[in-house]
Design a protein around this ligand. Structure first.
Ligand code: ADP
Length: 278
């Protein structure tokens, strides 16, 4: 994001400048070295699944990783990690993330008294909360902060892009039957307008792996991920099949990439993590 670097006292445009005398943005680049926002055009395509498993795959490679859930109205990370009974602690100044499977986790769901409470916040409140999640959390020094954003191009990913002062990029998750849809293009165009680098596209639910014979059957159309990656000149980071074990791990509160790291699909998550590190 471009920021004014002028000293107001020496700037000829200062009188009409909207950023004049604004307090400087807190610098989070010292402890958040790489922030990756996981986005999608639609819900239910596996964005949270990818966020969790990618975060854990990076941690398994020895990286310090945080997972920030900015899906304010539908936080699913606490459920996915079976953290519904956990709460974020605070010392009045800083919030302390909850740890699971080697990663540090923050979600609005971890601040609620009752996990079924509805959050009824307008844009400015969401923007304020996201700012706190980034600047007022005791993250330690993170190699990667993975951000699970709600679907679309609204306040949440926008606030993350505007609050992070260090390196920030995006991953777009899609499914084979959806990849040609306009929603994915919108996410890619959003990143273009925001001048945010797209690490690549992940095609999730890309065929079905039979639990008995392990054969991969393409049940939806194929090739959409490649086509879109080519159109926008971004890498296709990987294709993750529909894997019954992913849903079952989720139900057990386990992270698939942690408990099934050596499986074929576990290796795909690991390869995606390698590409991100590379
Ligand atoms: P989103 O964050 O895009 O709304 P989720 O990650 O919550 O989507 O996934 C929706 C559902 O699909 C969850 O129940 C999840 O366990 C399941 N799911 C996601 N990806 C896969 C996959 N590759 N194989 C099997 N189930 C999956």
């Amino acid at each position: 994001m471009s920021e004014c670097s002028h000293d107001c006292s020496n700037c000829s445009s200062a009188s009409g400048c909207p950023s004049k005398n604004q307090p400087p943005k807190p610098d989070n680049s010292k402890y958040l070295k790489n922030t990756i926002v996981v986005m999608s055009g639609k819900g239910g395509v596996g964005k949270s699944t990818v966020s969790v498993n990618l975060a854990v795959s990076l941690a398994l490679k020895g990286k310090n990783v945080g997972l920030l859930d900015v899906d304010i109205h539908g936080p699913s990370i606490p459920t996915m990690l079976h953290l519904q009974k956990e709460h974020v602690m605070s010392n009045g100044e800083k919030l302390f993330p909850v740890e699971k499977a080697g990663i540090k986790v923050i979600s609005v769901g971890l601040l609620l008294e009752n996990p079924d409470d509805a959050i009824i916040w307008r844009g400015p409140m969401k923007i304020g909360a996201i700012g706190q999640f980034i600047n007022d959390v005791e993250w330690g020094e993170l190699d990667y902060l993975i951000v699970d954003a709600p679907p679309g191009t609204g306040d949440e990913p926008l606030s993350v892009f505007q609050t992070i002062t260090g390196k920030v990029s995006a991953i777009i998750v899609s499914t084979p039957q959806e990849v040609s849809a306009a929603d994915v293009r919108k996410s890619l165009n959003f990143c273009k307008v925001m001048n945010v680098k797209v690490e690549g596209i992940i095609e999730n639910m890309s065929g079905f792996v039979c639990p008995c014979c392990k054969t991969l059957t393409p049940i939806f159309s194929t090739g959409g991920g490649e086509k879109l990656a080519k159109e926008f000149n971004v890498p296709l980071l990987g294709k993750i099949p529909i894997e019954p074990e992913i849903g079952q791990s989720c139900d057990k509160g386990e992270v698939f990439a942690f408990t099934n790291a050596k499986s074929e699909t576990g290796k795909i998550f690991s390869e995606i993590a390698d590409k991100i590190i590379g």
